[in-house]
Design a protein around this ligand. Structure first.
Ligand SMILES: Cc1cc2nc3c(=O)[nH]c(=O)nc-3n(C[C@H](O)[C@H](O)[C@H](O)COP(=O)(O)OP(=O)(O)OC[C@H]3O[C@@H](n4cnc5c(N)ncnc54)[C@H](O)[C@@H]3O)c2cc1C
Length: 466
């Protein structure tokens, strides 16, 4: 007899994890606290409730990384994607759903499974010792008692309750004829490099215009229950810093000291620095640029920075209530907590961002837990797939400490093509609407991903039968 796996949290990730386990023939007990205890954002007692938008974003597998993730999840037998497809609404190239129909379908499918038992209860502390395999998928609004218990295992600073996100830029969209690589004072980091930062120079007029744009730019307001969001002095939004004084940024994250522009003789008035964000070197974050500016405003204002005129953003900035682990340090390659390997984490709490990404990590956690329970080898998906690239980012691909020794905090991330290993050779130009270089590259990455996914699925398909 196969012993059950416990899943805590019946949101996007927990529902998908439970489905994958049951599909593999493993019994599941799914513990969901709603309606016994509510969160600040959920409105119903349905499993997989969408707390805000009803969109799963682009459904274009060949041109958008989240569309590719949809396709991979469909092929991997995802319940979340099947329910989304069945309750799809007209939304152009996006996959938008009837939220009630979607959540009811997920709930009914899980309730109908003979291998799944659903218990409506809050798990208030660490799971009982008798539960030897547990998936924790309690999301960004994990109940405080469980969050505190997890914190007791991970350490005070390794579980965050708010994200403070700085924008991330694709390296190949930065104009290096304007910017240059250099660490402040050429200080050598632990990795031996003295040129760990990309520097973008601003003169006085550009700086003044930038400060004006920050102060007048359109900002997102906090929801009522988020209004206690602490502005940690170490990660104040840049517009708040600008409001405190026009020169605050020039003496803070944008200070020009210890840097020499090789392209021009005059000293810059201010400098924006970017630091490598992933091991592949394809993504760079804007240091100290956490912000509550609206996304469109961020793109407009940050593209006024010299060298970033054509910047493509892998992620834009934000500040939200969000419970998430420092996963690159805490989790192993199959999402288990190193400090207590019977606990596996899934969903937004692992540091992915978004409905689909959360469900995607739930899919992997469910498959890994099933393989473990059935005594099969666990094979993570190839790094070239959207599922594998995301998993790699949260369990190791993100650089968790700076090459210059600076502390670097891991912040949640949507899936994007910057997380994928580059192509071995540039793709041939394709005629058609996908004829541009960027689209041809995305198309080639997506085609490679689906081919590799198929090989991975073929190798793991026999888990249940073994
Ligand atoms: C306010 C808000 C708005 C968001 N809007 C969007 C959006 O528009 N689009 C988007 O893509 N992403 C959005 N996100 C981000 C994220 O994609 C969603 O939060 C997503 O639901 C995360 O999936 P999950 O499975 O990790 O967590 P959830 O879907 O939140 O599921 C976690 C579940 O665990 C339960 N739970 C918590 N603690 C316990 C406990 N101790 N015991 C038992 N059960 C417990 C909760 O009740 C919940 O059902 C938003 C997040 C927030 C907070």
């Amino acid at each position: 007899m196969v012993i059950e796996v416990h899943v805590i949290g019946g949101g996007l990730a927990g529902s998908e994890a439970a489905w994958q386990l049951a599909t593999a023939g493993v019994p599941v007990v799914l513990h969901e606290m709603r309606p016994v205890r509510k969160t600040e954002a959920h409105q119903t007692d349905a499993l997989a409730e969408l707390v805000c938008s009803n969109s799963f974003r682009s459904d274009d597998w060949a041109g958008n990384a989240v569309g590719l993730l949809h396709e991979e999840m469909r092929r991997a037998g995802s319940l979340i994607l099947a329910a989304a497809d069945r309750h799809k609404l007209p939304a152009g190239g996006a996959l938008a759903v009837d939220r009630e129909g979607f959540a009811n379908e997920v709930t009914q499918s899980l309730e109908a499974s003979p291998l799944i038992t659903i218990i409506r209860e809050e798990i208030e502390g660490l799971p009982p010792a008798a539960w030897d395999s547990v998936i924790v998928a309690t999301g960004p609004l994990t109940s405080p008692s469980l969050a505190r218990a997890v914190q007791s295992l991970t350490g005070e600073t390794e579980l965050a309750f708010f994200d403070a996100i700085a924008p991330i830029v694709h390296r190949d969209s930065i104009d290096m004829s304007v910017c240059w690589l250099q660490s402040r004072y050429d200080k050598e980091g632990p990795g031996g490099g003295t040129a760990d930062y990309i520097n973008c120079p601003l003169d006085k007029a550009q700086y003044d215009a930038f400060i004006d744009a920050l102060i007048t730019g359109d900002k997102t307001v906090f929801k009522d229950w988020e209004s206690s969001t602490p502005y940690f002095e170490g990660c104040l939004p840049i517009e708040v810093m600008a409001e405190r004084g026009r020169e605050t940024l020039a003496h803070g994250p944008m200070k020009p000291v210890g840097l020499t522009n090789p392209h021009r003789p005059e000293r810059p008035y201010a400098v924006v620095q970017l630091r490598q964000d992933n091991a592949l070197g394809t993504l760079w974050n804007m240091v100290g640029f956490q912000t509550k500016l609206k996304h469109a405003e961020q793109v407009r204002i940050f593209r006024t920075i010299p060298g970033l005129e054509q910047a493509e953003f892998a992620r834009l900035g934000g500040l939200h209530r969000n419970t998430f682990l420092n996963s690159p340090v805490l989790l192993d390659g199959t999402l288990r907590l190193k400090a207590d390997p019977r606990l596996r984490f899934a969903g937004q709490i692992t540091g992915v961002e978004g409905y689909v990404e959360s469900a995607g990590i739930g899919l992997l956690a469910g498959r890994f837990a099933a393989a473990e329970r059935l005594g099969s080898a666990i094979t993570p998906p190839p790094l070239t797939t959207a599922l594998g690239a995301m998993l790699n980012h949260i369990t190791g691909g993100h650089l968790s400490s700076g090459g210059d020794g600076a502390s670097r905090s891991f912040q949640p991330m949507n899936v994007n093509f910057g997380l994928f290993p580059p192509l071995a050779a540039p793709p041939p130009r394709v005629k058609s609407e996908r004829g541009s270089k960027t689209l041809a590259r995305k198309h080639a990455l997506a085609t490679r991903a689906l081919a590799d996914l198929e090989r991975w699925l073929a190798g793991t398909a026999s888990i249940a039968a073994e």
